[in-house]
Each structure stands twice: as C-alpha cells, then as structure tokens.
Design a protein around this ligand. Structure first.
Ligand code: C6P
Length: 415
C-alpha cells in the first residue's frame, strides 16, 4: 500500500510547504490524500488555523462596539486585516476594502447598490460566456427588475474571449461590464487590463471576478484600474465565509447601502437614518470576525512563499498534467487557452465525469466533477459536465503521475 507521496521539486521546498498543511497528511480510502480540487476550495496552512483558534481562545469579542480590552483588540486585529488586504491589492485606501462573505456576496452587493442606482429600463450589462453563475444570476435578477438587458461576450473553441465582439456589444446603454479574471472551469486567464481599457474608453466601469486569480496571479487594482473587484478568502488558503469587495472610493461613496443594521449607521431615528462612512456603510451587522483575521494570516502566508514562485510551480504542474493526460486515448481537454492557471478540465468519451470522480476518490484523489457552476460553458461545448483537476502550490509531480495512472485504470474499467 502506498502511504506517502515522493516529493520532488526544484522551485521551492515543497516538503516543507506540505508540512504546513495538516490536512494533506491523511489517508482517504486507505490511500494518501491527493487533493486536486483547489479551484473549489484550497486547504489551510496551520498559521491560518492557529490564527482563528487564537482569536477564539484569547480575543473573541465584538468589534467597533466596546470600550473594553477584548473589543478593542479584536477591532484592531480586524482593521489590521483591512490594511493587509489593501496592501495586497495595492488599493489606495482602507476605505476601498469591504469585507463580505465571499465573491458571491461581493457581486450581489454591487448589483443591489451600484446596479440598482445606475441601471434603468433599456440599459445593458455585459458579462461573458465563461462566467460563474455568481456573475450571471445577480445581473439577470437586476435586469428583470429594471427591464434592462444582459449581453454576453462570446468565447472561441480554446475557451478564450473573442474581444473583437466588444465592438458589437458596447453601446451608449452599457452601464457595466462584469468579467471573470480566470475561468474556474476552463482555467483561461483573461486579458483583464485590455478589457478594462476598452471599457474605460467607452466610460463603462468594470467589475472583476477575481475568485480564481487572487491565489495565482498578482492582482494590483491600481495597475488594472478596475472599478470593482471581488474575491473569496477560502480560495486563497483562508477561511470560508469571508471575502472582499474592492471598489474605487468615489464610486463606493455614491452608492447607497446594501443591508441595513448595526455598524453601518451614523444616526438612527424613526424619521431618518444617516449612514456610516466607508467602508462601514457596507458592513451591516456582526461579520465573520475570526474569518477576517484568518484571511490576514492566509495573505501573509501566500506572500511569504511569493506569488511568482507559486505561479512557476503551478505552471509546471499544469504543463506536466496537460502533457500526460493528452496522451490518454479518448480524453479531451476542455479549455486550451494560451494563458491558463492550473485548472485542467476534461471529458473522456461517453464516460460520465461523476463516475470518473467516484473511481478516483477510491484512489484517494479529490477532483471536482459537474458543470462547476458554469452551465453556459458546458452548453457552449455541448457537454453536460467535465472532470476538473485543479492544482495548488502544495501539489507535487508525483501527484500528477498518480492522477494519470489512476485515470488510465478508471477508463479501462469504465469503458
Ligand atoms: N467556484 C468552483 O469549484 P464563492 O462561492 O462566493 O466563494 O465563489 C463563487 C465563485 C465566483 N466566481 C468564480 C470564478 C468562482 O470560481 C467561484 C467559485 C467554485 O469552481 C465553487 S462553484
């Protein structure tokens, strides 16, 4: 029985990195866990787990409310995370960083505030054919309510955006372009800076869904000049239930609040309520304080390894996996863009991806199967689902080999 995976890496000390992640060292169905479902959620290093545990053991208290020691300490830790996120994104000010429960809630916040205020009957919002449902449905709901129209930038067979089509789509009625930076089902890295330039030439603001880029690529909101950007903590080695919405200060200032409640107000009477300053105007109620604090630990951890190193190693894993899986007869890779992160989606003849996922699970391998909340992508390729292996910097070349041989075995049994 194989109980360990041999480690071999020239970019950085992967053995040491793996030792930072307690969850990776376990057997699943009596096989070493081979976790290749990182696009769904990444695993947490011990520093993140410890920061949450420390918060509850030593500091737990509500924030922005108490004058007592614990409340002030909790508030300070929470607000320190805002500075960590601001620096990580290179935002201009902490006022531009709003804590949410994740990418989905960040996008819904924009649809319900900026969208409701600025989108009217006959206006248009542009998304792309490779959006996650989180970046489709909130706009559909808004369009339905406002009698506005959702327009879709198409993709080509490689899973790349056809940018030229913007010329046909952008009109004087376009109120917002909301686009994914990296596709979760295809791995495509979109030319987001170019898209923002095109949009801004037409005076259209851009929301970037960075759920699948923040953990792989440098995301500098000032360099990109994006107007809004959303990401989730759990995809960047942080806790679940916490996320970020970045917005340019002037835009956030003009937006009405989303949820009403504690912390987002300045004064409340039965006649009138005035709202708190940024960013608190958008943080109603008690948030995920421990999660926010854990997010800072995750970002510090990622910075300590370095996004460049992470990117180099993941690119090698992707190349190796692409090469090896391409040799398997009948296997077709879905998503062959020139610029990709470490996401490998594939189909194999008539074998249902769920069967592949189940067989691989018995080999200790965790992948995701299904439509990955991108049904329009599946419709484009005329497939119901894919199998998706997604790699993180703690994955090894031996794991790529393990996936390849287990997949070959699975196909033999299932075909
Ligand atoms: N994608 C995946 O397996 P939340 O659930 O709010 O943290 O993230 C939503 C989301 C938005 N945009 C993109 C591009 C995403 O990939 C995701 C989450 C997971 O691919 C779960 S469906």
């Amino acid at each position: 029985m194989e109980t360990s995976i041999k480690l071999n890496n020239e970019v950085f000390d992967i053995e040491k990195i793996r030792s930072d992640f307690p969850i990776l060292h376990q057997l699943v169905h009596k096989k070493p866990l081979c976790y290749l479902d990182n696009a769904a959620s990444t695993q947490k290093p011990k520093v993140v787990i410890d920061s949450i545990s420390d918060f509850y053991s030593t500091t737990n208290s509500n924030i922005h409310r108490g004058v007592h020691f614990l409340s002030e300490k909790a508030t300070q830790n929470y607000e320190n995370t805002r500075t960590t996120v601001k620096d990580f994104l290179n935002a201009k000010s902490e006022k531009e960083i709003i804590f949410t429960s994740g990418t989905t809630s960040s996008i819904n916040l924009i649809a319900n505030t900026y969208g409701r205020k600025n989108v009217n009957k006959g206006d248009e919002i542009i998304v792309t054919n490779m959006e996650h449902h989180s970046n489709i449905v909130p706009w559909q709901i808004l369009c339905e309510e406002k009698n506005a129209n959702l327009r879709v930038l198409p993709i080509n067979n490689n899973g790349e955006l056809i940018l030229e089509k913007f010329n046909e789509l952008i009109t004087e009625r376009t109120k917002l372009i909301s686009v994914v930076h990296v596709s979760n089902s295809l791995g495509t890295i979109n030319p987001i800076k170019k898209i923002i330039e095109i949009a801004h030439k037409n005076n259209i603001p851009v929301l970037v869904d960075a759920a699948q880029s923040i953990q792989h690529l440098e995301v500098d909101v000032q360099k990109l000049d994006c107007d809004f950007l959303a990401f989730s903590g759990h995809k960047i080695y942080g806790p679940t239930g916490v996320g970020v919405l970045y917005g340019k200060e002037n835009l956030l200032e003009e937006m009405p609040p989303f949820m009403g409640g504690g912390d987002m107000i300045s004064k409340v009477t039965f006649e009138e309520t005035t709202f708190n300053d940024l960013p608190f105007k958008f943080e109603a109620g008690t948030g995920n304080i421990a999660g926010v604090i854990g997010l800072a630990a995750a970002i510090d951890y990622v910075k300590s390894i370095g996004l460049e190193n992470i990117n180099k190693h993941e690119a090698k894993l992707l190349n190796s996996a692409t090469e090896k899986l391409s040799e398997i007869k009948g296997l077709k890779i879905i998503g062959t863009a020139k610029e990709k992160t470490s996401v490998l989606s594939f189909v194999v003849g008539n074998i249902h991806p769920h069967d592949i996922g189940t067989f691989l699970d018995f080999e200790g391998i965790a992948i995701r199967t299904g439509h990955h909340c991108t049904q329009p992508v599946m419709d484009y390729y005329k497939i119901p689902a894919t199998s998706r292996a997604s790699f993180a910097f703690y994955n090894t070349f031996d794991e790529v080999d393990h996936l390849t041989s287990a997949l070959k075995k699975t196909i033999e049994v299932l075909s």
